[in-house]
Ligand binder design. Structure first.
Ligand code: VG1
Ligand code: CO
Length: 543
């Protein structure tokens, strides 16, 4: 068995974005591309000699091949052991859990999350640190620097490992341990939730639909809901992970999870519906005839967490990303716990959880999670809702109505303009930056601008500063719009526009957030000129 040092030119400037490195699959498939990035990652963490890593992904196209490459590179770089899910499968939260319970030095997750998969679609690589969470900016910047100059990488010249069979094999002195991707995760869920109450609820005829969108949560959801909790067989649909997600766009929102939406909004809808994304860290929650916006979901979970065994002692604190609505802030205030506002992306929650300052975190982008792992966790969020429903004995729409009556309602929507010419999108925001100072005090479409700034975050635990994290325009009365460019796209620039309006108490207002947000949408066009600049009459995706 020999190890080769491959001479290579750098694919310079590979900078992990909001959640790892994402590119078109064909970019990753170029000779030496994946290898350069993996070697840069190994070097950025001080080498992997003697270390143990976790490896797995969401089952998308190129995941198996990439896993074989990474195993051979880990062996050549002197790693002691790699724990890999069968078929190279691991959901993102399951990988985070394994890194923690097996006390490994870190892990590599192969996924482009909610982006479509296939040879013409997207692939991604994410490095997680020993706390189980996404690598912090200090590591991702180092990876980036190394990709600028890398000139060689190490790889074993050996046959592929059989990843279909559980057990341990030797690969050039390194142990490859192939494990069942589901069991440790399902066991963890049993330790968090009241499985007896949930079993009783299903035994009493409770019906739900889980749409795994041909992505990674299928096997996990079948094991947890159907096998362990006794939900009807067939409760989980699109339950087999496929390399191209069966042509689906595995993004759990009303646009892409339209089959689930149709079922839950139709006649004979089950009481509860949920979907998750490619790598299993996102979730969408529905009740019969009811859509729960992710920001409201976070607030409801915070307000009811004590009904769930693992959180019976109360929450240490909560955190949300800046563009997420302030609905959870009101709950935190009522509970008397801290509420932190972080930049977009789960990596910013890790320090707060490690320091014991928060138990619960969430993002408007269908991400919710807690300190049980260091990633957002789609099935965990589904189980939180189920546990809350079981304990309260109410429907999703009753729980929401009670919540709004008690805390008021933050109408919320995100408008995405995808694949804009990068220069145009960046130019539009640069122009906004130049005009920010002039905005306060101006009246626009009947709204008064009370403040406008660009969000910069100082980590309360380690003092690190992340600037340029999105533009905020606040209007008097508690409405606001936030604008930022996506850090996960693979084509041009995606502009995200986050709209929010607070209404205290039951309001008699429309149920339609787009209508409630109408004045803010109009004011945003007046101030930023999105349609005027891009020529796009409307957003590509509204959530
Ligand atoms: C998006 C979301 C962000 C999320 C990130 C990763 O990032 O807005 O909230 O953390 O995706 O989620 P961006 O930069 O495109 O807005 V996942 O499920 O793709 O790991
Ligand atoms: Co994801």
């Amino acid at each position: 068995m020999t190890m080769t040092v491959h001479q290579t030119a750098p694919f310079a400037g590979q900078k992990p974005g909001t959640s790892g490195l994402r590119k078109k699959t064909k970019v990753f498939m170029q000779e030496h591309f994946l290898e350069n990035f993996i070697q840069a990652t190994f070097d950025a963490v001080g080498g992997v000699g003697g270390k143990t890593l976790v490896l797995g992904g969401d089952g998308r196209f190129f995941g198996q091949e990439a896993s074989q490459t990474i195993l051979k590179m880990a062996a050549a770089n002197g790693a002691a052991r790699v724990i890999v899910g069968r078929n190279a499968w691991l959901s993102t939260p399951a990988a985070s859990n394994l890194i923690r319970v097996r006390k490994t030095d870190g892990g590599i997750i192969l996924s482009a999350s909610h982006n479509p998969g296939g040879i013409e679609e997207d692939f991604g690589v994410k490095y997680n640190a020993e706390n189980g969470g996404p690598a912090p900016e200090s590591i991702t910047s180092k990876i980036y620097e190394i990709t600028e100059t890398i000139s060689e990488y190490k790889k074993m010249d050996v046959d592929d490992v059989n990843l279909d069979e559980l057990g341990e094999v030797d690969l050039g002195g390194m142990t490859v341990e192939v494990i069942d991707p589901v069991s440790a995760y399902a066991d963890m869920m049993e330790g968090i939730f009241d499985f007896d109450a949930l079993k009783a609820m299903f035994a009493n005829g409770f019906k739900m639909r889980m749409d795994s969108m041909c992505a990674i949560t299928g096997p996990y959801a079948v094991e947890i809901f159907e096998n362990r909790l006794g939900a009807d067989k067939g409760t989980v649909t699109h339950a087999v992970p496929l390399p191209d997600f069966g042509g689906m766009h595995p993004d759990p929102n009303p646009t892409w999870a339209h089959e689930l939406m149709d079922e839950l909004m139709g006649t004979n809808a089950p009481a509860f519906g949920a979907a998750s994304d490619g790598d299993g860290d996102r979730n969408m929650i529905l009740g019969a005839g009811t859509y729960v916006s992710p920001s409201d979901s976070l607030a409801v979970i915070a307000a009811n967490a004590q009904l769930v065994p693992a959180y019976a002692q109360g929450l240490k604190g909560v955190a949300r990303s800046m563009p997420t609505s302030a609905a959870v802030d009101r709950v935190a205030e009522a509970l008397g716990v801290d509420c932190f506002e972080t930049p977009t992306g789960w990596k910013f929650f890790g320090n707060l959880m490690d320091a014991g300052r928060v138990s619960l975190c969430g993002e408007e982008s269908f991400g919710t999670g807690s300190d049980h792992v260091r990633e957002k966790d789609g099935l965990w969020a589904v189980l939180m809702w189920l546990n809350i429903i079981a304990k309260r004995g109410q429907t999703v729409s009753e729980i929401l109505a009670d919540h709004f009556a008690r805390f008021g309602r933050n109408y919320y929507s995100r408008h995405d303009y995808e694949a804009l010419p990068t220069e145009q999108a960046e130019g539009m925001l640069a122009d906004l930056r130049d005009r920010l100072k002039e905005l306060p005090g101006r009246e626009v479409c009947g709204l008064i601008v009370s403040n406008a700034d660009e969000f910069s975050y100082t980590d309360p635990v380690d003092g690190s500063v992340s600037s340029g994290q999105g533009f905020r325009i606040l209007f008097s009365g508690g409405s606001r719009v936030v604008l930022r460019l996506s850090g996960t796209g693979t084509e041009g620039a995606t502009l995200r526009v986050y709209l929010e309006r607070y209404v205290p108490g039951p309001d008699g207002l429309t149920e339609d957030p787009q209508e409630a947000l109408g004045p803010i949408i109009a004011a945003t066009e007046e101030i930023v000129g999105i349609t005027a600049t891009t020529g796009r009459a409307k957003p590509d995706v509204i959530t």
